[in-house]
Design a protein around this ligand. Structure first.
Ligand code: ATP
Length: 248
């Protein structure tokens, strides 16, 4: 199993050609190896842009800065769960989960199918393996996309609001499952939910300002997954306070 490696991000400026002002400026983030980093910030501050830059998908923006690793390439080592589930309508749920293999033109081995079915079982969708995406609810589609991300076993995992469409109980369950299955990976999770960030993050960045940079939250001494106790409530308050400052 490929272990996650550390990534250092320095965005001096990120600007879309359609915008006069940069989206990001003087942003520095460290993603420690094999840890979960959670990223919060007001809508439109540039969280997805950071993920897309790491995933090599940000072609339409000008980027000044650098992204460094310990020498390992990002290309080919990233699993990216985008905000939109990007399920292919003409493929079954099972084939969508195995899409990375299919896109590489490889036939699906029985071993991979079994792994995919096990993941579908864990996300509560084994009975839907032969369904097509249009027959699923938004939350079910999100669970298929999560299973697809978990199947890839890449060292770096980028997730953009992966649990947002789920009911509270399913969300809690799938947070736990993802945390368990992504042990040893370097994870960057974008979320709007302070409780989720405090539960899962070894470290938490809150994006601030316009153009935005990233503030590393202090006081995360314990290791995740964290219980909901007085300490985590105080951390959530701190995040809300910082996010609130962005909405005045
Ligand atoms: N392809 C694009 N072309 C032009 N502008 C873009 C493009 N993608 C994003 N933007 C702009 O860049 C800014 C940051 O967008 P981004 O999607 O990174 O924000 P976000 O923090 O992920 O937002 P949200 O929380 O709403 O998902 C926004 O102002 C958005 O309009």
């Amino acid at each position: 199993m490929s272990q996650g490696f550390a990534i250092s991000i320095q965005a001096d400026a990120l600007r879309y050609t359609t915008h006069a002002k940069p989206v990001l400026q003087d942003l520095v983030m460290q993603l420690p190896a094999q840890q979960w980093t959670c990223l919060l910030g007001r809508s439109g501050c540039g969280k997805t842009s950071i993920l897309r830059k790491l995933a090599g998908l940000l072609e339409e923006a000008q980027w000044q800065g650098k992204i460094e690793t310990d020498g390992q390439p990002l290309s080919g080592n990233i699993a990216y769960m985008a905000q939109q589930d990007l399920l292919l309508p003409w493929l079954s749920v099972l084939d969508n989960v195995c899409i990375a293999e299919r896109l590489q033109g490889r036939s699906l081995s029985q071993d991979l199918r079994d792994k995919a079915l096990l993941l579908l079982e864990k996300v509560g969708l084994k009975a839907y393996a032969n369904n097509y995406p249009h027959t699923l609810s938004g939350g079910m589609r999100q669970r298929v996309a999560l299973a697809r991300t978990l199947l890839q076993e890449r060292p770096i995992v980028l997730m953009d609001e992966p649990f947002s469409a789920l009911d509270a109980v399913t969300r809690h369950k799938l947070q736990s499952l993802s945390f368990e299955l992504l042990q040893g990976k370097t994870v960057l999770l974008v979320t709007h939910d302070p409780q989720e960030a405090v539960r899962l993050g070894h470290q938490i960045y809150v994006m601030e300002g316009s153009p935005a940079n990233a503030h590393l939250l202090a006081g995360l001494a314990s290791t995740p997954p964290r219980q909901l106790d007085e300490h985590s409530a105080a951390l959530q308050n701190d995040i809300l306070h910082r996010l609130g400052g962005e909405h005045v």
